[in-house]
Design a protein around this ligand. Structure first.
Ligand code: SAM
Length: 240
């Protein structure tokens, strides 16, 4: 777990990179989430120093990736307490964010807290991935879909790739099981019209969590209409 000094260093690095105003918003959002977490289950991380690393620095780890830089519309699947979507939105005024979760009470907290700190480029949508992936106004409409700590990669691609435009990308935040997960997801990625572009090791100086990687998948062709399957199917019977 990170100690207090490294939290101060992280905040200093964030300020250098994103400016004081945005860094203040990042920290205000995190503190408000930790306060709300006393009453509503938003995150398992309760320690502030750990939360600065895991929820702020880690969320921002795709900031310098070109596939992120070039996107204008970003969807965060299974956003929970707003991670990685809200920190990314705070530092990316040029992009519009759609934060999706199946649990409405978490989204209401995000709405309240983002409004409180003046974040205007975030919209929350209460839906299951399997529903929004079939929506007329959402299917194959996003430049980029990001997701962290939601499901194994074989399940996640069935939930996320149907939402990505052909030519767009999905970025999955993963940890130490990435080699096994990418192997097991090979068939599902291809069936959804995707192709693994690369796996990026997180090197951001502000991110002290070792072993975290970003799996970048390009959407190379349309997803067949039968995907995503009915709610629950991807988890029960992953496409392997
Ligand atoms: N992404 C956040 C993070 O990294 O802190 C939250 C991770 S939390 C462990 C997983 C979230 O995914 C939960 O909020 C859950 O409600 C949501 N989720 C799980 N299955 C889902 C589905 N089929 N559609 C939409 N959201 C889903």
């Amino acid at each position: 777990m990170a100690d207090r000094i490294s939290t101060e260093n992280t905040i200093k690095l964030l300020t250098e990179k994103y400016g004081e105003d945005r860094t203040n918003k990042l920290i205000s959002y995190l503190d408000a989430i930790l306060e709300k977490n006393e009453h509503i289950n938003l995150t398992a991380v309760r320690d502030r120093d750990e939360a600065v690393q895991k929820h702020i620095a880690d969320s921002l780890s795709c900031f310098d990736v070109p596939e992120y830089k070039n996107a204008k519309t970003v969807l965060d699947m299974g956003t929970g307490g707003g991670f990685p979507g809200v920190p990314l939105a705070i530092v990316s005024d040029d992009k519009k964010f759609t934060l999706v979760d199946a649990l409405n009470k978490r989204l209401r907290v995000i709405d309240e807290l983002t409004a409180g700190i003046g974040v205007t480029n975030v919209e929350t949508v209460h839906a299951r991935a399997e529903e929004i992936g079939r929506g007329k106004n959402t299917r194959e409409k996003f430049d980029l879909v990001v997701s962290r700590a939601v499901a194994s990669l074989d399940v996640l691609v069935e939930w996320c790739l149907p939402l990505v435009k052909v030519g767009g990308y999905m970025i999955s935040y993963k940890g130490e099981n990435v080699s096994r997960e990418t192997l097991e997801a090979k068939k599902a990625i291809s069936l959804m019209g995707g192709k693994i572009e690369r796996v990026v090791e997180i090197e951001d100086a502000t991110d002290e969590i070792s072993g975290h990687v970003l799996v970048i998948i390009k959407k190379v062709k349309n997803t067949p209409p039968k995907y995503p399957r009915q709610p629950g199917q991807a988890k029960k019977n992953p496409l392997r």
